[in-house]
Design a protein around this ligand. Sequence first.
Ligand code: NAD
Length: 272
Amino acid sequence: SLKSTTRLHNGVEMPWFGLGVYKVKEGSEVIESVKAAIKNGYRSIDTAAIYENEEGVGQAIRESGVPREELFITSKVWNSDQGYESTLQAYETSLKKLGLEYLDLYLIHWPGKDKYKETWKALEKLYKEGRVRAIGVSNFHIHHLEELLKEAEIKPMVNQVEYHPHLQQKELLAFCQKEGIQLEAWSPLKQGQLLQDPTLTEIAEKYGKTTAQVILRWDLQTKVVTIPKSIKEQRIMENADIFDFELSQEDMEKIAGLNKDERVGPNPDEFM
Ligand code: NAD
């Protein structure tokens, strides 16, 4: 169900499924999307300081009527705020905008070049002080994680990366599983670019599901948390309706064959 969770390495339960709000406009657009999601059973919302919609996300949470402790709220520190003091400050700003006392998950949005270790120390401090329930990273390659793990006191609980049938991240997924780091998929639908794929549409027809549902189900069956974005209630509902079928081994293998190591977003080594 939408409430089913993965247990992070510190014991915190994170929903396998949630709503992403990248490019969703601050104000009524984000408020209505998040409220529609929560009304339809979503419990996890993924935002970021750079999305400039944290205030609306917070308002939607308050208006949803669902108790705060039943929700799982993620935000991220933006590149220009990396560094120890600036990250601590950025966390306060995000909390204030959201109107929350704590986040469930706070991520380093991109590794950048040479500040992510300092930034990580700030996240560790927030975590040790009980200000945030889990901390993690985003867009980290294996080499970034290896470098971070040399000095980290606390291992990241999550790595959120671009992940979809055209970018299957097999080595990264194996590395994260070995280290107990939960992988989370961003742009799981490749921002809509996978929805016409003939292999996926053929599989979808067989199960009486949509192409989006097949892709999101594949995330779950590969043990990757997924956070598709939509602002349309019909699609918000459709995307969540993936708990009543199971892709066969054969279809999982067909999807595995679609990998092209092709990104829709930037390569983290080049994005500063
Ligand atoms: P996505 O793959 O979730 O695709 C979203 C788009 O697909 C929508 O705008 C819509 O056009 C289309 N869509 C959604 N559901 C559909 C359906 N059922 N039928 C047809 N079309 C549908 O793309 P995304 O928004 O880039 O990624 C999801 C979330 O991941 C973001 O909202 C954000 O929270 C997160 N994200 C994180 C990073 C990062 O650097 N950490 C980067 C990008 C996105």
